[in-house]
Every structure is written in structure tokens, then in C-alpha cells.
Design a protein around this ligand. Structure first.
Ligand SMILES: Cc1ncc(COP(=O)(O)O)c(C=O)c1O
Length: 446
């Protein structure tokens, strides 16, 4: 499909969607079928890894191509005549979307970039502790491991409950790991491989009471969580827009609480603002960071528009329904239960659009299974180890269908045929990071 066709289809879908879609029943496959048409998922591909790499709707792809063409064809027009007038309203739109003050957020490439900026900016000294949960993303471990090595601070990991039975368990695990030396707590709002939502507000409040700064790693939160960063209580918050928000790759943001903004150092130092203007506040340093491709940021409003057309609540309820369907079917197939509490009914405060399902594949065969699902069945789904147990993580966005979940389960049924499946039970507890003697994070990167 060429760009003109994509844009024509997009306009068609968006204009009809605005007229047609009110509240969509989460289990009505027919009603959801035109929503899938907002994406251009290749025929035959079952894409169940939105949590890894978001699939952009074709309106977003078209907008990005259009903006890239414009930047390439008219660089002076884009960069020198009115760049700030164009870019800064997008920053404000994102701030409004996530409930942050407009002066408290900057656009960055992704959550990783935001986390690096925090790590480079925060003052640490020998004896300080940086506390991460053992379920943090591998790259985030690397960032803080390096920062601690440079500064003489110590990286400490909190053992996490697994299976997870309640928020209280999570809060207790983190609180128990805080010491007098803890300077900063880094945690995911929704973890990657375990796919667990942490009670961020409670955790921030406890950390604040104990005099500990908080940095939330949140690439999975935009579009999933009703965000109100002004009241969440964190000090730093970093996210990507390419996952559940369906923005283009290379778009994200960093929120910094006002009292820390003067400390923040951009990872790339440039003019800050377009000359002859000079940077005045902390945000200005993030506007001009060299001549770069801004087409992704320019296209972000389209992603927000697509999700608004579908309906944020529609998307979340549909995703919840499909994730629960996957959970139930895979549990029935394997006899192994998911490690998070059952969520029979939708609850926007705990909703997670993906689930990690234990499967009876040996850890050593996990990579092969993933490769086979991709190569032989055109199913994209991550298969990975947490401790000594293999998991498969199913993501569901608005384009996902029940048929795709059934297809995955059918293929798994054939895969597991002939294997002795465990009797219905909880899978064993995984060894914690500390007891496993691991230096690396316990969870795999998916
Ligand atoms: C919990 C978590 N943190 C950080 C990242 C890194 O996100 P990005 O590559 O968009 O910076 C991921 C990516 O999957 C993630 O799941």
C-alpha cells in the first residue's frame, strides 16, 4: 500500500469511526473488525507482541512519512522558520495527556533516553544506595549499574513476590528493601517480562515519607494507565510513546518534578533553542539538540487521535477481554496458572494489556519455540525465562482478534502434544535474584 492509499484509507476510517463507534462491546468480534482496519497488519501474521514493539496504525505511518518528506524537501522551512511553534504545542499536548504541568515535561526519544538523562543528572556519592526491584528491565539495570560504578554508590535489588497475590505484597517487598542509605528508588509502573502493574502512587508515597527519590520507568503506561503525573508523587517519570500509545518509534517523554529541574542535564548538549533565542529554563535544552528527524514527534498527535477515535476505554476493555481469554485458554491447556491474580472484571486501576503465561517448555528450548512460532506459524510472541521457568507473554491491542488468540492456543496444543503436562497447580516459586546468586536481572528482556 503506498502513502496516498494509506492516507485515503486512514481518512476514511477516521471519519467513519467518529460517526460509528460509541461504546464497543469488548467481545463483539464483528464490531471490532473495522478497528483492525486502522492498522495494516500483514495477512497471516498473528502479532501478539505489542508490549515489545508497538504496531503503528497506518494513519501514524502515513503522517510520519509525510512529515519526513516535508523535512527533507524544506529543511529551512521546518527547522528555521517556526520549529518551536510546531514542536512545543506537541510537548504541551503530551503534558496534558499525562496530567503533567506544561513546564514539567520534555520530549525525548524513548524511556531509555529519559532514564539515562536522570542517571546522568542525579547526584550520588559513595555509600548511597540506588534501589531497583529485581523485575526491572535489563537495560535499566545496565544504566544504574554503570552510574553506581562511576559514583561509588551501591545498586541494591528488592526481591519481588512471584507469584504476585496482592499490592500489599509488592509494597511490603519494596518498603523492606529501603534503608537509611537509599537515595533513589527505580521501579516500573508495569514490568516488562512479568507484566505486573505496580501500585505506583502508594510506592511513591512511602518512598517520599522515607526521604527517597523515585524514578518510574513507564514505557507501558501511556494509553494504558489514566495518568496524572502531577499527583502521582514521583520525582522522575520516563516513558515511550511507541508502545500502547501507538506513536512512531523514537518518541517518548521525561517528566521531572519542579524542584529537580535545575539539576537536569540533557544527554546531548546543543544550542538548546533555535538561535537567536537562548535557553532559559530546563526544557529549552531539549528543543534543539542538533539537526534531527522530528517527523515522529510531529506525528504523535495522529496516534492520540486514532486512540481517541477508538475510545481509550473501548481499547482497554477489549484488551482486557482478550488477555483474559488468552489466560483462561492457556491455563486450561497447560494446567499451569498465571502468576498474577485473576481479573474477571475490568478495573482501570489494575488493568494490564499483556500477560505472562507459564508454559511447560524447558528454559533451554524457549528460544527455539519462539523462533518456530515465528518461522513456521507467523506468530510473533515472546517466549523467555524468568528464573528457571519458561513464559510466553501475550499482548492484546485494539487490532487483536479472538481468532488470533485461538490460533496461538491451537499451535501450542500441537507443540505440547505428547509432553507430560503438569497437573493443575501453581508453578513453583522462582528463585529470587539474591538466592540465585545472579548479578544480572532475573527477568529476560522481551
Ligand atoms: C519496562 C521497560 N522499561 C524500559 C524499556 C525500554 O523501552 P524503550 O526501548 O522504548 O526505551 C522497555 C521496553 O520494552 C520496558 O519494557
Amino acid at each position: 500500500m503506498n502513502n496516498t492509499q494509506i492516507e485515503r484509507n486512514t481518512n476514511h476510517c477516521l471519519s467513519t469511526s467518529a460517526a460509528r463507534w460509541g461504546s464497543l462491546a469488548c467481545d463483539d468480534e464483528t464490531a471490532w473488525s473495522p478497528v483492525r482496519d486502522l492498522w495494516d497488519i500483514p495477512a497471516g501474521l498473528t502479532y501478539l507482541n505489542h508490549g515489545g514493539y508497538g504496531y503503528a496504525p497506518h494513519a501514524v505511518i502515513a503522517a510520519k512519512s509525510r512529515h519526513f518528506a516535508e523535512i527533507s524537501a524544506n529543511p529551512m522551512g521546518v527547522f528555521c522558520h517556526g520549529l518551536e511553534d510546531r514542536l512545543l504545542p506537541i510537548r504541551d499536548t503530551i503534558a496534558d495527556l499525562v496530567g503533567a504541568g506544561r513546564g514539567d515535561l520534555v520530549l525525548v526519544e524513548n524511556a531509555t533516553n529519559g532514564m539515562n538523562i536522570v542517571a546522568a543528572s542525579i547526584k550520588l556519592k559513595p555509600g548511597d544506595e540506588v534501589l531497583l526491584t529485581e523485575h526491572e528491565y535489563g537495560a535499566v539495570f545496565n544504566i544504574w549499574q554503570r552510574r553506581c560504578q562511576e559514583s561509588g554508590a551501591t545498586l541494591v535489588t528488592a526481591d519481588m513476590p512471584w507469584p504476585v497475590e496482592s499490592d500489599d505484597q509488592i509494597v511490603d517487598a519494596i518498603e523492606n528493601a529501603i534503608t537509611e542509605r537509599t537515595r533513589l528508588l527505580v521501579f516500573s509502573q508495569i514490568t516488562s517480562s512479568p507484566a505486573v502493574r505496580l501500585p505506583a502512587k502508594r510506592i511513591c508515597s512511602i518512598a517520599r515519607d522515607r526521604g527517597v527519590l523515585t524514578c518510574i520507568d513507564a514505557p507501558h503506561a501511556p494509553a494504558v494507565v489514566d495518568l496524572d503525573l502531577d499527583t502521582l508523587g514521583c520525582d522522575f517519570y520516563t516513558a515511550s510513546c511507541h508502545k500502547w500509545l501507538c506513536g512512531p518509534v523514537g518518541t517518548g517523554f521525561l517528566y521531572v518534578r519542579p524542584e529537580h529541574q535545575a539539576l537536569i542535564k540533557p544527554s546531548v548538549v546543543s544550542w538548546g533553542r533555535m538561535k537567536p533565542a537562548k535557553p532559559e529554563g530546563w526544557q529549552d535544552w531539549f528543543t534543539w539538540i542538533g539537526t534531527r528527524d522530528l517527523s515522529g514527534f510531529f506525528s504523535l498527535p495522529v496516534a492520540i487521535d486514532v486512540l481517541s477515535q477508538i475510545g481509550w476505554d473501548n481499547f482497554r476493555r477489549r484488551s482486557h477481554y482478550l488477555v483474559q481469554a488468552a489466560r483462561q485458554r492457556i491455563e486450561e491447556l497447560t494446567g499451569m496458572q498465571a502468576m498474577v491474580p485473576k481479573q474477571q472484571t475490568f478495573d482501570s486501576d489494575t488493568f494490564v494489556p499483556m500477560i505472562a503465561m507459564p508454559i511447560p517448555t524447558p528454559v533451554a528450548a524457549a528460544f527455539d519455540l519462539r523462533a518456530r512460532l515465528h518461522a513456521e506459524h507467523k506468530i510473533e510472541v515472546p517466549v523467555y525465562a524468568i528464573g528457571d521457568q519458561t513464559y510466553l507473554r501475550v499482548s492484546a491491542h485494539a487490532y487483536t482478534t479472538l481468532d488470533e488468540i485461538e490460533r496461538l492456543v491451537g499451535v501450542l496444543r500441537r507443540e505440547f502434544a505428547g509432553q507430560r503436562l503438569p497437573r493443575p497447580s501453581r508453578v513453583p516459586f522462582c528463585p529470587t535474584l539474591a538466592s540465585a546468586g545472579l548479578q544480572q536481572p532475573l527477568v529476560a528482556t522481551v
